[in-house]
Design a protein around this ligand. Structure first.
Ligand SMILES: C[S@@+](CC[C@H](N)C(=O)[O-])C[C@H]1O[C@@H](n2cnc3c(N)ncnc32)[C@H](O)[C@@H]1O
Length: 251
């Protein structure tokens, strides 16, 4: 598949995709019972934690199937404050992916300008990017995993400060409540893939990974449940980045 394609269906079953066809999966899954994406059958919202994890397990298993043997999976996730306790969702994801067969190879922190207070009342200003590989020898490829080539101010550390313009909790009229920055994903894509590689985002939302893939001369396949809400938004954002909508097949 050398095309950009968005499926408006659940990523719990990605039957449209061939085995071992994807070089990189990068995504931010729905939060556990925090944000409402205004669509039936969405993962996470008003769902108990076990069901949330079980449904995501299906997505990670499908990801493993469609990932090339030299492929990577990168998940953006945060902890959650629940009844004054901190739930280490990242830990549970790591266990899940390791059980499926992934190697957990690295951790990257996204330092954000906005955040909300949690258990201890301190503002929560970072999120994790968990980095996994399918093979146990992920560096034996002819691309650079290390990001020493990047010349930005915080290039040599694993905390990247790429600003999110604003937070979203409590704001009712946001077009999409959980957008990650295009620049962040472009940087990940540049490190972990080569031109013309195929990238997957099973929770495409407003289309950030699609835009970042096209901007870096890669192809993207995305899944998103909320067609009515987010198709117009994805098209709007493509236009904003001067990308013609007809470069993407919406299914
Ligand atoms: C955290 S947001 C992703 C935001 C995205 N990274 C962006 O920059 O816009 C999670 C998305 O997953 C979608 N979603 C929820 N359940 C889904 C499912 N079962 N299959 C596909 N998408 C789903 C939600 O509608 C929401 O847009």
């Amino acid at each position: 598949m050398n095309n950009n394609i968005v499926f408006f269906s659940t990523s719990e079953n990605m039957f449209q995709l061939e085995d071992e066809s994807i070089k990189l999966m990068v995504t931010s899954p729905p939060y556990w019972d925090l944000k409402n994406y205004e669509v039936d059958n969405q993962i996470g919202y008003k769902e108990n934690y076990e069901t949330y994890l079980e449904r995501l397990y299906k997505v990670w298993s499908e990801t493993y199937r469609v990932l090339r043997n030299d492929g990577f999976a990168i998940i953006n996730i945060n902890t959650k404050s629940y009844k004054k306790n901190l739930v280490m969702i990242p830990n549970d994801f790591i266990k899940q992916l390791q059980q499926i067969g992934f190697k957990f190879i690295d951790l990257n922190y996204w330092h954000k300008s906005s955040g909300i207070p949690r258990v201890n009342n301190l503002g929560d200003h970072f999120e994790y990017f968990l980095i996994f590989s399918k093979s146990s020898n992920p560096l034996a490829n002819d691309f650079s995993y290390f990001d020493y080539k990047y010349k930005t101010t915080n290039s040599k550390i694993n905390i990247w400060n790429i600003n999110k313009k604003f937070g979203s909790i409590g704001k009712k009229f946001m077009v999409h409540p959980a957008i990650f920055p295009v620049k962040y994903i472009e940087r990940m894509i540049n490190i972990f893939t080569q031109k013309n590689d195929l990238i997957l985002d099973p929770f495409l939302g407003s289309g950030t990974t699609l835009i970042a893939s096209i901007n870096t001369d890669r192809f993207c396949v995305g899944y998103e449940l909320n067609r009515e809400g987010y198709l117009p938004l994805i098209k709007f954002r493509l236009e904003d980045f001067s990308i013609e909508s007809d470069r993407v097949n919406f299914v």
